[in-house]
Design a protein around this ligand. Structure first.
Ligand SMILES: Cc1cc2nc3c(=O)[nH]c(=O)nc-3n(C[C@H](O)[C@H](O)[C@H](O)COP(=O)(O)OP(=O)(O)OC[C@H]3O[C@@H](n4cnc5c(N)ncnc54)[C@H](O)[C@@H]3O)c2cc1C
Length: 504
């Protein structure tokens, strides 16, 4: 299976989601959903079951985005901690978030049961652990916050990892699965229920005409009453690009020389934190270790981050082999909660769901339910708390300023700090770099045959300069996270245009 990267995840390896292109996609639909990841597929299924005629338009192939690179922990304990949620949104809202996370796991379980999905789903305990006095204090507050929000949790005297710790907490009710086995089955149910799909169909523009949404894609024009951008981040330039910051996270799939695989979901509380689980893969356990997160386009040598993660894992585990190394993208919301609902600044029939942090299995599922309720005119308990139009001046303000100051720095600063031309000659096979020629920055890449590809490094989305990501052989925009392959084609929005090619 393809995804928006050079590396392969264990879920993709030897796995196919083959779907027939739906033949009749010209008739007006009730809802068009852009994007076939967990958000798009779940939303499509709920809407189709609610009697809406739906079409999913996927730019590339099914699960081309982060849904095939997730580590698929199903959590009620989220990246934004409960003390933080209580401080920013109040106790009642923190309880609502906890309720939403439990509901999302419940919905996934219902699907698995109803459709008899074999997707390696297992309920697990979760563990968080501290490694010094400062973290002990933080962990104590996390336990208190979890309990206030209604999450069952208790101090623990052990953790299921060979890692030294000072204090720990444990919490039941977590789970894990194989994301692609789950989503393949869900997509099948969507099609069985009469839903339609087209792949290789990037949505480029939506125009409202006489109350109908005309959807322009690379392969044709479609129409619907409502449109959902389930594209992880909506395309184009929108308020949400200033409320969400793109980050990348790194993962190893490790075979151990002993049996110290954790039978739980485990997390430290460093910043960035490490996360652990075990998957059953090709008949043997696979330890999944993640971490080294950074803002997209902000690491000079992304390949080095795999080595750092490996060195970290090797301190505690006896590594036999590392068959998988991969990285992928997620979006941090300014105030700590995702944005799910109507897309601000547009007509009332455009919807989106973004800003999930590392909890998109949960929020992508919940988004399906919320968006279905909004579109079918039903109430939903989370619609106000998670509305993209919410104004949280206090909650989001410091992050908002920080993320956007950074965008401005990249917009202006990168133009002054590009490298000099000798770099052109020193470029290795499979390497890319932004160099300066005649005062102009050029993004150059040398392919396996030694041919140089020269691109305009100015991201067509908002004009920042892209940076080379050597781990995934992509050009990544440090401002809003658009990503392009070595030839300049779009891998991730929000950019809808490719990088301009300078040589042929
Ligand atoms: C390394 C890593 C580990 C993670 N682990 C976890 C975890 O353990 N638990 C958890 O809950 N979450 C986790 N997450 C987060 C979670 O995986 C994501 O939030 C989630 O997969 C996002 O799903 P999505 O459907 O919204 O987006 P995606 O899966 O990215 O799907 C979006 C789709 O839209 C398509 N698309 C884009 N633009 C267009 C367009 N214009 N027209 C049509 N189609 C378009 C793309 O090709 C893509 O297929 C992790 C994230 C990372 C990076």
């Amino acid at each position: 299976m393809d995804r928006d990267a050079f590396t392969t995840t264990p879920w993709q390896d030897n796995f196919e989601i083959r779907i027939p292109q739906s033949p009749d996609t010209k008739a007006p639909f009730d809802v068009i959903i852009a994007g076939a990841g967990i958000t798009g597929i779940t939303t499509g299924l709920f809407l189709q079951q609610a009697g809406k005629k739906c079409l999913i338009l996927e730019a590339h192939t099914v699960c081309f985005g982060t849904s095939s690179a997730t580590t698929a922990h199903l959590n009620t304990v989220l990246d934004t901690s409960y003390p933080e949620l209580i401080k920013k949104f109040g106790t009642a809202s923190s309880r609502l978030v906890a309720q939403g996370a439990k509901e999302a796991i419940g919905l996934i379980k219902e699907h698995i049961k109803a459709y008899e999905i074999d997707c390696d789903f297992e309920e697990k305990k979760g563990y968080l652990y501290a490694q010094n006095e400062k973290e002990d204090d933080e962990l104590g507050k996390m336990l208190e916050g979890m309990r206030t929000a209604g999450i069952e949790a208790a101090p623990g005297s052990s953790i299921p990892l060979p890692v030294p710790f000072t204090t720990a907490i444990q919490f039941p009710g977590q789970a894990q699965l194989h994301p692609l086995k789950y989503l393949k089955a869900l997509l099948h149910q969507f099609l069985e229920a009469g839903g339609a799909i087209r792949t290789g169909a990037p949505v480029q523009k939506v125009v409202q005409k006489e109350g109908i949404q005309e959807v322009y894609s690379a392969n044709g024009r479609y129409s619907a009453a409502d449109v959902v951008y389930a594209t992880h981040i909506p395309p184009g330039i929108n308020l949400l690009h200033f409320r969400c910051a793109p980050y990348r996270s790194y993962v190893l799939g490790i075979r151990l020389a002993d049996h110290s695989y954790p039978d739980a979901l485990v997390y430290d509380i460093e910043d960035p934190y490490h996360y652990f689980r075990t998957a059953r893969h090709q008949g043997a356990p696979l330890l999944i270790v993640g971490g080294c997160d950074h803002k997209t386009g902000h690491a000079d040598n992304t390949g080095q981050l795999f080595r750092e993660l490996e060195a970290y894992a090797a301190k505690f585990f006896r590594i036999a082999s590392i068959p998988y190394r991969w990285s992928s993208q997620y979006y941090e919301p300014a105030d700590g909660l995702p944005y799910i609902g109507r897309l601000p600044g547009n007509n009332d029939h455009l919807y989106t769901a973004t800003g999930y942090s590392g909890n998109g299995m949960i929020f992508g599922t919940l988004a399906g339910r919320i968006l279905c309720n909004l579109i079918t005119g039903n109430d939903n308990p989370y619609k106000t708390l998670l509305a993209p139009s919410r104004i949280k001046p206090v909650a989001g303000f410091s992050n908002f300023i920080k993320e956007n100051a950074d965008v401005v720095r990249h917009f202006i600063g990168d133009r002054l700090s590009v490298e000099v031309p000798e770099a052109f000659a020193g470029l290795g096979i499979g390497e890319g770099r932004v160099v300066k020629q005649g005062g102009q920055p050029i993004a150059v890449y040398k392919n396996e045959e030694g041919n140089i590809f020269a691109l305009d490094p100015v991201c067509p989305h908002a004009g920042c300069l892209v940076q080379w990501n050597n781990a995934e052989r992509s050009w990544d925009c440090p401002c809003h996270g658009s990503r392009f392959d070595s030839t300049g084609a779009v891998l991730n929005g929000p950019s809808q245009k490719k990088l301009r090619q300078l040589n042929r």
